[in-house]
Design a binder for this molecule. Structure first.
Ligand code: GLN
Length: 474
């Protein structure tokens, strides 16, 4: 069986038509994982026995004609910061190395109810903080296109698993680009919805005003199938919303796409720009109107994010005190000593850096100068988008400012890693839906282009991405 072309849709249909059994495809994926993942390191833990017994159970239901569920028999890989009941959930951190999830995240509950099952949990940067996967406390995931290169982060394992045909689809989380960047680096599709369109209940919090669960797959169509199964208002997440189902779009002709000048200027790799411009030319042939637009505040996105995110992260991570969750240090003197020892030992270097940054920008005397000002800049960025969407239907930029880089190349330079978020973070700050599509390669290294839509136009974005993908697919 050639897993390479086995899309989500093909699996669901194939199972229904009895072209293959769920056990058969599951075995194929497990074999592929056994073959490839020693080197790639996309998965943390897979309980083969349990996975296979679930697959057999699904086959039994098919044979008794009990299966008319929309995702019946579909295996899904899940970033290890999303809770799956009874399974470990480490968030890529020593702090939660032995933590077992007591309940299912809403997205997990929904896909299980729709007939899917969980194949395994995937590698990530610690607490989803990173752009290369190298902040994982359990050694980095590598890029399946070239094992010397990073897979992008923080949903590294999810992107690599899809790209290497170790799963048809995966969940990730995207706070500043963590679904789209690894999708771009690995040559697949990565989608981040409108803030609230997918429930965050059961996602280990990083920066709550920005976090969203996203979907990674090879084709937009596959992403849409999963999105439809998991989106919507959830009483367990008060920020969740219902997005409209959207109209049908059959042609790209007449669409207006904006290119923010700031996203095509200095700081963006020439090879990335060349490929992006070539992709834009293909859009023009389809009748898409391309407009250069001014979005003067986008360039402050990274600076703004690295104040707001650490502020929220430091508050969210305060709960890991050695008592309530996860690991705790032995042989301590008193309560304060327990906090110090536990947090000192089990948090990685990057997490400590961010906690210090966060507590600093929130401390009295600095709050106004940093945190409050960053919130104002965030509003300015939202206003840039509001103005842009009065003139254009979508905004287009490269997904990453650079090509995938070598493992170890940027790890000693936090600022250059932070700059990886330059083009993706504005959509998070403004709460907008955005998708990264693969457009080509430089040698073995994939390049992605991102399309951003107005809030709640997720379905329209997916419909358009589906058309665009057809003309961009190399
Ligand atoms: N590069 C971002 C960071 O390190 C990615 C965060 C994310 O989207 N989870 O904060």
């Amino acid at each position: 069986m050639d897993l390479n072309f086995l899309s989500v849709k093909a699996i669901i249909q194939g199972l229904c038509k009895k072209d293959f059994t769920c056990e058969e495809i599951t075995k194929e994926y497990l074999n592929n994982i056994a073959k490839k993942d020693k080197e790639i390191n996309a998965f943390f833990n897979i309980d083969e026995k349990q996975v296979l017994s679930q697959a057999k159970e699904i086959d039994k239901n098919f044979s008794q004609k009990k299966n008319d569920l929309p995702l019946a028999g579909l295996p899904i890989a899940v970033k290890d910061n999303i809770l799956v009941k009874g399974q470990k959930c480490s968030a890529g951190s020593k702090m939660l190395e032995n933590y077992e999830a007591p309940y299912d995240a809403t997205v997990i509950k929904k896909v299980k109810q729709a007939g899917a099952f969980i194949l395994g949990k995937t590698n990530l940067d610690e607490f989803a903080c990173g752009s290369s996967g190298e902040h994982s406390a359990f050694s980095p995931c590598k890029n399946p296109n070239d094992l010397e290169f990073v897979a992008g982060g923080s949903s590294s394992g999810s992107a690599a698993a899809v790209a290497a045909d170790m799963t048809p689809v995966a969940f990730g989380s995207d706070t500043a680009g963590s679904v789209r960047l690894p999708a771009s680096f690995c040559g697949i599709v990565g989608f981040k919805p409108t803030y609230g369109a997918i429930s965050r209940f059961g996602l280990i919090a990083m920066a709550s005003s920005l976090d969203q669960i996203g979907i990674l797959a090879k084709k937009t169509e596959d992403i849409e199938i999963i999105f439809d199964a998991i989106r919507g208002k959830d009483e367990m997440d008060s920020t969740s919303i219902e997005v409209p189902t959207g109209e049908k779009i059959n042609s790209l002709n007449g669409l207006i796409v904006g290119l923010p000048k700031a996203c095509f200027s200095q700081g963006i790799d020439k090879q990335v720009l060349d490929i992006t411009y070539r992709a834009i030319e293909k859009l023009k042939i389809q009748g898409v109107n391309i407009k250069e637009i001014e979005m003067p505040n986008l360039e402050y996105g990274v600076a703004c994010y690295y104040i707001i995110m650490p502020a929220e992260l430091s508050s969210n991570l305060a709960r890991y005190d050695g008592i309530k969750y996860g690991s705790s240090e032995d042989g301590i003197k008193d309560l304060i000593d327990l906090y110090f020892q536990t947090r000192g030992r089990f948090f990685g270097k990057e997490i400590k850096r961010r906690i210090m940054l966060g507590t600093y920008v929130l401390s009295s005397g600095y709050y106004d100068a940093y945190y409050l000002r960053a919130l104002k800049v965030r509003t300015k960025i939202k206003m840039d988008f509001n103005e842009a969407f009065e003139k254009v239907d979508f905004v287009l930029t490269p997904t990453s400012p650079v090509l995938p880089f070598k493992l170890g190349q940027k790890i000693e330079d936090p600022l250059s890693l932070y700059m990886m978020d330059l083009l993706t973070v504005p959509a998070n700050l403004a709460g907008l839906p955005s998708i990264s599509l693969p457009v080509g390669k430089v040698g073995s290294l994939p390049v992605g282009v991102q399309i951003i839509a107005p809030a709640s136009e997720d379905k329209k974005l997916l419909a358009v991405a589906n058309l665009i993908e057809k003309i961009w697919t190399p």
